[in-house]
Ligand binder design. Structure first.
Ligand code: S3P
Length: 442
């Protein structure tokens, strides 16, 4: 099992650019495959998760070229051009891959089986099976609504008016993608707005869709047209550096061209409420982005003393992947930070409330778990963390968050089970050490 040894207490400095956005990369391959014509994807995330999605479409007869790293040319086969796969379709570690694919595959005229790794095989799929079944899909999970998913192909989905009980972009997207194949209209209403990449990209590929925060409506029977997709960099990957530079005295980092979709930048708002010094420069719509323009900006972050806050529940969906990093910032802040309304964290790549609480306790932090969040008492001492050993339970964002925490620890931190960092952030160690973080393979 791969582990890291981390520690430094040296300032972070310089400029860096994090890899492409995971959510956008998944969708670019999916819509590119289902489009007429070719789709040229720039800035594709070379992560295990997004590569798994590309392999799934290759297994269904889609030709995907890799002219250079972070570039893909997807030769679309059209909405009804996928071929029957000969084996199971492996989504690896990717919940996004499996949930969005279940919507696509429910609309095909062939049967398929979606499988995943040990972590994905424990993640709930009822949340997509239920609405897709209402549309007429036939999907058989394992007991408990878990993967593998056996999807019985049948043409004949019917549009639905779905009021989603959870704020989940994956659920919304699965229903909308099935809606491409459905008779009539499909609408999704969310309890809180979530990331809208599926809606934006469908519109960019020429599919008529009406959407606003928390709502989307489309009808079946149109055509997707391929083109250029410029993937922005991933705010969730930038997040580790926003926290690292904020908590280590003397730090100043410039993160270049960070994706700034407002449904993703909740952590920025929360860090600023805690006193962080983060400037946005050179904000723009992304250049050359014929298909799915996303806002980007350089973020310049300097160390600043942080104080604890009650995280506004309204911001939770806009920072759903950033809580492990936020917990680290909270441990370094003066006073108490309270997180609530975030029960979804318990069903991510690991139970992120339990995994973070166990690791932070091992490093001497006073944290109390709640069913839907945690209470963290920050500012233990000049150095907020002790040295020690933490288990990331194969969760990429937990591993990277503890690498950040270790930069303010009294002694070395051993972080176990870190191989899955490659699912979302290939090259993390090189970028982090280049910026001054102390981090080596153990
Ligand atoms: C994602 C949606 C979120 C997020 C995940 C990516 C997406 O999941 O946590 O990393 O690309 O749609 P939920 O929809 O389960 O909240």
């Amino acid at each position: 099992m791969t582990s890291w040894l981390a520690n430094s207490n040296q300032p972070l400095q310089g400029e860096l650019r994090v890899p492409g956005d995971k959510s956008v990369s998944h969708r670019a391959v999916m819509l590119g495959a289902l489009a007429e014509g070719t789709t040229h994807v720039h800035g594709f995330l070379e992560g295990e998760d997004t590569r798994a999605t590309a392999r799934v479409f290759e297994a269904m007869g889609v030709r995907i070229e890799t002219p250079s790293a972070s570039e893909r040319i997807v030769h679309g086969v059209g909405l009804h051009g996928l071929k029957t796969p000969t084996g199971d379709l492996d989504c690896g570690n990717a919940g996004t891959g499996m949930r969005l694919l279940s919507g696509v595959l429910a609309g095909q005229g062939f049967d398929s089986v979606l499988v995943g790794d040990a972590s994905l095989s424990k993640r709930p799929m009822r949340r997509v099976i239920d609405p897709l079944s209402m549309m007429g899909a036939l999907i058989e999970p394992e007991p408990g609504g878990l993967p593998p998913l056996r999807i019985n192909g049948r043409k004949g989905l019917q549009g639905i008016d779905f009021k989603s009980p959870v704020a989940s972009a994956q659920v919304k997207s699965a229903v909308l993608l099935a809606g491409l194949y459905a008779r009539g209209e499909t609408t999704v209403t969310e309890p809180h707005p979530t990331r809208d990449y599926t809606e934006r990209m469908l519109a960019a590929f020429g599919w008529p869709i009406e959407f606003q925060p928390g709502f989307a409506r489309l009808s079946g029977g149109h055509v997707l047209r391929g083109g250029e997709v410029a993937v922005p960099t991933d705010f969730s990957s930038a997040a580790f550096f926003l926290v690292a530079a904020s908590i280590v005295p003397g730090s100043e980092l410039r993160l270049r061209a960070v994706g700034m979709n407002p449904r993703r930048t909740g952590l920025l708002a929360v860090l600023r409420l805690m006193g962080a010094d983060i400037r946005e420069e050179r904000a723009s719509g992304q250049s050359g982005s014929e298909h799915g323009a996303e806002p980007v900006a350089d973020l310049v972050v300097r160390h600043a003393p942080l104080h604890g806050i009650e995280v506004p529940e309204a911001l939770v969906p806009d920072m759903i992947d950033e809580f492990p990093a936020l917990f680290v910032a909270a441990a370094c802040a003066q006073g108490r930070t309270v997180v609530s309304g975030a029960a979804e964290l318990r069903i991510k790549e690991s139970d992120r409330i339990a995994t973070m609480a166990a690791g932070l306790k091992a490093l001497g932090v006073d944290i109390t778990e709640m069913p839907d969040g945690a209470v963290i008492e920050g500012g233990r001492a000049r150095l907020p963390f002790r040295g020690g050993s933490v288990d990331s339970h194969g969760d990429h964002r937990i591993a990277m968050s503890f690498a950040v925490a270790a930069q303010r620890a009294e002694g070395e931190v051993l972080i176990e089970d870190v191989a899955n960092v490659a699912t979302s952030f290939p090259g993390f160690v090189e970028l982090a050490t280049g910026a001054g973080m102390g981090l080596i393979d153990a």
